[in-house]
Design a protein around this ligand. Sequence first.
Ligand code: BES
Ligand code: MN
Ligand code: ZN
Length: 486
Amino acid sequence: MLVVPVGARGALPSWLVDAADPVVDPGWLAGALADTGNGGRPGGITNLPVPGRRPRSVVAVGIGDGTPAEVRTCVSIAVRRGQTLAEHGATRLVVALDSAAGPAGPEQLRAAAEAAVLAGYRFRDSSAPHPPRLASVLLVASTADEGAVERGRVAGGSVAWARDLVATPPNTADPAWLADRAVGRLGELDHVRTTVLGPRQLRAGGFGGVLAVGGGSASAPRLVVAAYDPPGAGTAHVVLVGKGITFDTGGISVKTTAGMREMKTDMAGGAAVLAALDAAAALGLPVRVTAVVPFAENHLSGSAYRPGDVVTHVGGRTTEVRNTDAEGRMVLADALAHAHRELAATALVDVATLTGAAKTALGARTGALYATDDALADGLLAAGRAAGEPWWRMPLAEEHVAHLRAQLDSPVADANNAPGNPGATTAALFLQPFTGGLPWAHLDVAGPARAGADHGDTVKGGTGFAVRTLLRWLESGAPGGGTVPG
Ligand code: BES
Ligand code: MN
Ligand code: ZN
């Protein structure tokens, strides 16, 4: 299957218009586009029958003005159509990227490579034979920037890995299994050392939050620490912390059936930080970065933690449990404290499906970004724009939050874990004392970690949201300043 990109107002690429022996006649194509109302809007699609010649299928797909976001949409639509045609015998997809707007640049090539890898993503665990899939996707452009394509291919592969971890059902993906997956994949990479702490080591290290949350489950918790330390890296040491709740029943404060249904995805933040580290190491980025992921299942049983418990975290701060369903902050507290006390972090970024309130506020396609540092916030926002992952900065400045701090008070501990509305912001305020005053960003991905429908190169299910933002940010050298394209 061959894809011809259609520019704004139906403009055709010069390589087609000027060709001596075009694969489709441009005049005829212009007519077909007009007849089908395809004016080049990104994602608009027109099938063109090509009797008796190869390729058998030519498809015209809108690419608009050829911006990276429009290229991403165009290639994603093409890949999904190609996968449908694969069930009828197509094996190869060829996408021409130079459009009427001009030749594809590095950002377009990278977006195209990511979409080629990701738009046809699916996870299946069925007894029926899998339908046939495309064997290859070939991207054609006049300015072949191999590096940009490679960065896109690697980013796409890491995002797909994050999606696999999120999609794996929770009866398989327990804390030990996920820790093994991390050790297995990251162990292949140069300059990465992955260590896993089990219950005994967690007790020795004072991880009271992880042990409390994981205490109700028959599958004991694990802490994964994956350190990428390349030769020649500067002094900056970014620690990425991810929420790794392998299933969130709510615990004793049990969720409803509807509220629990998607809770195998409650480790999406953990998967995202492991995948970002995977990509950073695979690309050999010159920056020191460590991913810390507490994996635990929030279950109910006779050994489950309960409302009323007081838990002591790494470093000695205590929390009064008021709601066992506010478990993410309990495990993140330990991990953040560990990062600044034991790992000599210079900046902290956590990623978590932390609050339904973040999803209520921003919907399912925008991540909530909290930061104590404007340069850090700006770097991540710019990285998100370049990556095609939208973030919205939420307030953490004194004028917005000073009056909320009293909600965290507890008569018996340093704080309580269910401080009320605004829920996403009070969760951030709960975490802040565990960051040791380091520059810190908190990314609440409760909305965008999971998609209800296909859009762009995202397909229904776990999205891998935040992987590409973190990768772009690390690429930009942002831990020590620097800029991101876009
Ligand atoms: N994992 C949930 C948050 C969530 C909800 C993620 C919906 C994705 C979709 C989290 O552990 C949780 O239950 N949060 C509670 C906190 C409350 C009890 C303070 C919430 O948001 O209601
Ligand atoms: Mn919960
Ligand atoms: Zn949760």
